[in-house]
Design a protein. Structure first.
Length: 345
């Protein structure tokens, strides 16, 4: 299967293309409808997309979705607010409705019991009503700013509360629900706070713009988005050295595998028992192309990992493809195309 010519990628030595069907969890993808400018969540069976019985989504919010596997529920942001789609009853339920200001939401986390949903809320100042009013009168968009906040939604109480108001743009936020902590980079420092109260417990100086990832050990991996730096911090803010050099690390559920991007457009798989190996490389990779790379995600039991690639079709137009990799057989398969997001269930 010569996917390389159409996807703009090459598999590295030892890896091959396959049509194998995954046997570890299901994939839910946000598919672009060709007949209208809308999006719809679909259940992906092999390369067949089965639309969920819900109304199409008109506005895109990439990364604003999470699967509650115990509840068999897909939670995502859409025009009405944050909704939960019950995959058994096949219907949507509005969890957090839009207020008079409207809002957008993203970066979802669930606690271990799936009783509390944590999410980042984007609030516009002035309100959307005021912005739209100026647009209607003058045809020009007024100046505005966006405030970011961390909120918690309780399924039992059916209401949400604000934990932290960040008062500005936050490049990286990580909620560690197991430890009950939240880490975020703001104003040249990494802040460690209590996840339930928002009370600051420790700060770590950091001048560079960084991203955060939770390690299997419980420590937090800090890596530079623009600068090639990396180190670990623990819950007390103590720094530790790391051998990691890459971007967007994703660790398998058992903590034994890690897949990440290198800044030269290569996808790398590392494990505790073997040296890092190249899985895939991007053709025509430019020096600044790494800023458009997407994070990866492992299947529930860690048998597979999946990525979205923004690759051109035969006409040269961009098309986002979903690839699934099987580390055991060292095979890759094209699962879906023309999508905007995906979630493992």
């Amino acid at each position: 299967m010569a996917y390389a010519n159409t996807l703009g990628v090459n598999l590295c030595h030892g890896w091959t293309w396959s049509n194998k069907i995954c046997d570890d969890g299901e994939l839910l993808v946000l598919n672009i409808r060709r007949k209208s400018a809308s999006l719809r969540w679909c259940l992906s069976k092999s390369r067949k997309l089965i639309p969920l019985a819900s109304t199409p989504i008109m506005h895109l919010r990439m990364g604003a979705a999470i699967a509650a596997r115990k509840k068999r529920q897909l939670i995502y942001w859409r025009e009405q607010g944050i909704v939960g789609y019950d995959l058994t009853a096949k219907k949507e339920e509005l969890l957090v409705a839009l207020d008079k200001n409207w809002f957008r939401a993203g970066q979802f986390w669930l606690d271990e019991s799936e009783d509390v949903l944590y999410f980042i809320r984007e609030k516009y100042i002035p309100s959307w009503d005021a912005i739209l009013g100026v647009l209607k009168k003058s045809g020009k968009s007024p100046g505005f700013k966006v405030n970011y906040s961390l909120l918690a939604y309780s399924f039992e109480e059916a209401k949400s509360r604000t934990i932290i108001d960040f008062h500005g743009s936050i490049p990286s936020v990580l909620a560690d629900t197991r430890a009950g902590l939240v880490y975020y980079w703001s104003k040249r420092k990494i802040i460690i706070a209590d996840l339930h109260s928002g009370r600051v417990k420790k700060t770590v100086p950091e001048l560079e713009i960084v991203k955060l990832a939770r390690l299997p050990s419980g420590n937090i991996l800090v890596w530079g988005f623009h600068a090639d730096i990396a180190y670990q911090i623990d819950s007390a803010g103590r720094r530790k050295a790391t051998t990691f050099r890459g971007m967007f690390p994703a660790y398998s559920p058992d903590g034994k595998g890690c897949v990440y991007w290198k800044r030269d457009g290569r996808l790398v798989l590392a494990g505790a028992a073997k040296k890092p190996e190249c899985v895939l490389s991007l053709n025509a990779f430019k020096e600044d192309s790494w800023t458009g790379l997407q994070p990866l995600a492992w299947s529930p039991r860690g048998k597979y990992f999946a990525i979205m690639l923004n690759t051109p079709d035969i006409t040269g137009r961009p098309k986002i493809s979903l690839l699934v990799f099987d580390p055991r057989s060292k095979t890759a398969s094209l699962r879906a195309q023309n999508i905007t997001d995906f979630v493992w269930l």
